[in-house]
Design a protein around this ligand. Structure first.
Ligand code: UTP
Length: 401
């Protein structure tokens, strides 16, 4: 096996992965060879070449959205009661901007709330029980890096009083990180530094972990998919589910109007006639400020990572190769002497795909208009905008009402 692996590595200029092989014990040797065997080196080459590639120019046009209606509530509650609904929380990110060590969901929000982000999400699940009398299944996507710490946290907190058998964890897929010369990074003499492959990997990770099958067996038809870092996540709003059901949308997104034209959020549009999200870095000042005859921003419907998919829609995107985007990150690595180096600036690329890049695979996506103060209080940064301080204020204002 060693020789096969070595010749493969030579072919792709990655022999450095075996440079400490002779110093390793049997278990470490096996770990390293197994890890190398999971890597698609062709794909890594392609990803390296794609790092500074420009986006293809697309024709961008407006996409319309729907007002919320009372009748959606009844359709949503009925579906919840029929056990057709599941909530999926994506908690595999690294939370580098927040700077919390450990899974982001274990971050303890003070400011008069005094709960972890996981407990805040669990409160939402408990609220679904209060309004529907059903304990909705809760699926939590972790990364290999934070999976054990996440499960230990739930154990230590007695699953926040939610039925343990209704909570499932699954890990997302990952890719090796590479340095600026295209070399795969190692963070010990026998371990390759892997990075979670972004929230765009959610459907394939659901499939690979067997969870999608489990959902089907349980009769689940709709899956709410949101992030761990929105403390007002509306997974307990029957209207959103009822909206998707009423209009038979394979996929729906809860949106809000941009706060101001230059706000740094992705917005919905049609790209070459297909539903899509343009990221704020790709918006020109003209696009940001373009208004319709009623004075509303033409590209003003913000994507908040609050989405709902039918099971069929998830199955449809399992094998779709969503584009990977390189994120330049500060990452520990070992040097030629085998010493662990902690860099003081960014040194390696992590590759991530985004769930919204799956939208063009659908003919139509339902956009439901929501109110910012009811559905969106993200925690991204340690201080300033979208921080624990701003999110807790929004949270407390909402629950005081
Ligand atoms: P972000 O894009 O905000 O990333 O994720 P992040 O990792 O939490 O934070 P930074 O960028 O390192 O500061 C939005 C949501 O998607 C999840 C995150 O856990 C968060 O809930 N996510 C992100 C994953 O589950 N997996 C990933 O690979 C990336």
């Amino acid at each position: 096996m060693y020789n096969d692996v070595l010749s493969k590595l030579k072919k792709y200029n990655q022999e450095h992965l075996l440079r400490f092989y002779d110093e390793l014990n049997d278990a470490e040797k096996k770990h390293l060879l197994d890890q190398i065997n999971t890597i698609d080196f062709e794909q890594m080459n392609e990803l390296y070449k794609s790092i500074n590639r420009k986006e293809e120019i697309a024709e961008i046009t407006a996409m319309s959205s729907y007002e919320n209606k009372d009748e959606y509530y009844d359709a949503g509650i009925e579906s919840m009661k029929r056990n057709e609904y599941a909530v999926l929380t994506m908690a595999g990110g690294q939370g580098t901007r927040l700077g919390h060590s450990g899974p982001k969901g274990t971050y303890f929000l003070e400011y008069g709330i005094n709960k972890s982000l996981f407990e805040i999400q669990c409160d939402k699940l408990k609220h679904i029980y209060e309004i529907s009398n059903v304990y909705t299944p809760w699926f939590i996507m972790t990364s290999n890096e934070n999976n054990n710490a996440t499960i230990e946290f739930f154990e230590a907190n007695n699953y926040f009083g939610y039925p343990k058998d209704k909570i499932s964890f699954f890990t997302q897929d990952e890719l090796p990180m590479i340095d600026t010369n295209g070399k795969i990074v190692m963070d010990s003499k026998y371990n390759i530094k892997m990075g979670a492959n972004g929230h765009g990997g959610v459907a394939s990770s659901l499939h690979n972990s067997g969870i999608l099958e489990k959902m089907k067996e349980q009769g689940i038809k709709y899956v709410f998919i949101g992030g761990i870092d929105n403390v007002l996540t509306p997974c307990d709003f029957p209207n959103f589910l009822g909206f998707a059901k009423h209009h038979n949308f394979p996929c729906a997104s809860y949106i809000i109007p941009k706060g101001y034209p230059e706000e740094k959020v992705g917005v919905f549009c049609k790209k070459n006639g297909r539903p899509a999200v343009v990221e704020y870095i790709h918006m020109t000042p003209e696009m940001n400020n373009l208004r319709d005859e009623d004075g509303n921003l033409v590209y003003g419907d913000a994507h908040l990572l609050i989405n709902l998919f039918t099971i069929e829609a998830l199955e449809k995107i399992i094998d779709k190769k969503l584009k990977y985007v390189a994120a330049f990150k500060k990452t520990e690595y070992i040097n030629d002497l085998g010493e662990l180096i902690v860099p003081d600036k960014e040194n390696a690329y992590k590759f991530e795909s985004f769930i919204f890049d799956a939208f063009p695979y659908f003919d139509n996506i339902g956009l439901l208009k929501g109110k910012r103060e009811e559905i969106f209080a993200p925690i991204k940064n340690a201080i300033g905008v979208d921080s624990p301080e701003t999110a807790s204020k929004l949270y407390l204002d909402f629950y005081r009402k």
